[in-house]
Design a binder for this molecule. Structure first.
Ligand code: F6P
Length: 338
């Protein structure tokens, strides 16, 4: 068999480990041929690809980013906007010209949706979920998330000492798009005093009350971890500076903000993410060998499995108020701003 692999959407730690997992399993175990498609679906439109032999698959396990490059090309967007189906048709034609037996698409929610749409056009496809945001429906975890949580936790750890030295409130804004997974996991692991998630919203009076109560107990410093998707007073966009202004106005405690940004997405994957990526890659290749297409590989309850792309497409996995970390955090006096 001849398989193509691409990465699409924002990069994250673990994509290269996945390419390695798919590629080495395909070459060594199933004797398949593998080509890498550059810059996501853009490469499939432009026939921009490179053969992935043994040499190119070495040295990838700990490498951040993606050796194939990525883009946010959405080939089905124009169909929705003006009925123009040229791009999907070009992709179908190029898939055939490249003599592919399957296309493996590594990506987040948008990518899984595109992959599903391609399967409806008759292509053999497999989706592999990736994102630091951990918001892909149908899988408990995505690789990239654990690495991002490690980086964010270390950042919060470092804020504690400067917050307490200056008796300041430190607001740290974490990535995650509309999902609060990184803010929740890193906030809890880093011992934040207030954790604000886009899914739960925020009552600023409650936040200030928590900070003032801490000050009354002799702890005038506080750490506030906030997900970037939190809407404050219904306003979208980076909440950190508006939040720190509202906290200062409500508490009169000096407040500073940190927007952690893209360091959460860069660099080497954690050991957990490397092994998750390797397992998902191997499982995807095995599915290809069995001609099981139109599915996304996933980890559910610790087991590697798969789910039909039809059930994934167009959905997002958000934090729910009954999450055990939230419930435990509340029991310990951590404020979730509600
Ligand atoms: O999906 C990953 C992510 O890093 C989000 O957390 C963030 O909102 C977004 O991508 C940033 O996207 P871009 O790379 O387009 O700036």
């Amino acid at each position: 068999m001849r398989i193509g692999i691409l990465s699409s959407g924002g990069d994250c730690p673990g994509i290269n480990a996945t390419i390695r997992g798919v590629g080495k399993t395909a070459l060594n175990h199933f004797e398949m041929e593998v080509i890498g498609i550059r810059y996501g679906f853009q490469g499939l439109l432009n026939r921009d690809y490179t053969p992935l032999g043994d040499a190119k698959l070495s040295g990838l396990l700990n490498l951040g980013g993606t050796i194939l490059g990525t883009s946010r090309e959405k080939p089905f967007r124009q169909i929705l906007e003006n009925g123009d189906s040229e791009k999907p048709q070009t992709i179908v034609n190029n898939y055939k010209d490249l003599k592919l037996d399957c296309l493996v698409c590594i990506g987040g929610n948008g990518t899984q949706k595109t992959t599903y749409q391609l399967s409806k056009l008759g292509l053999n496809v497999i989706g592999i979920p990736k994102t630091i945001d951990n918001d892909v429906f149908g899988t408990d975890f995505t690789f990239g998330f654990d690495s991002a949580v490690h980086i964010a936790t270390e950042a919060i750890d470092r804020l504690h000492s400067t917050a307490s030295s200056h008796n300041r409130v430190m607001v740290i804004e974490l990535m995650g798009h509309r999902a609060g997974w990184i803010a929740l996991y890193a906030g809890m692991a880093g011992g934040a005093d207030v954790i604000l998630l886009p899914e739960l919203g925020c009552d600023i009076d409650k936040v200030n009350e928590t900070i003032l109560k801490r000050a009354q107990k002799g702890k005038p410093h506080s750490i506030v971890a906030v997900g970037e998707g939190l809407k404050l007073n219904g306003i979208e966009g980076s909440p950190a500076s508006r939040l720190s202004k509202l906290i200062y106005e409500g508490t009169e405690i000096e407040t500073r903000e940190t927007i952690l940004g893209y360091v959460q997405r860069g660099g080497s994957p954690s050991a957990y993410d490397r092994n998750l990526a390797t397992r998902l890659g191997g499982y995807a290749t095995e599915m290809i060998s069995k001609h099981q297409f139109g599915k996304m590989v996933a980890i559910v309850g610790g087991q590697i499995t798969s789910i039909p792309l039809e059930e994934v497409a167009g959905k997002t996995k958000l934090v729910t108020p009954d999450n055990d970390l939230i419930l435990q955090g509340k029991r310990m006096g951590i404020s979730f701003g509600i």
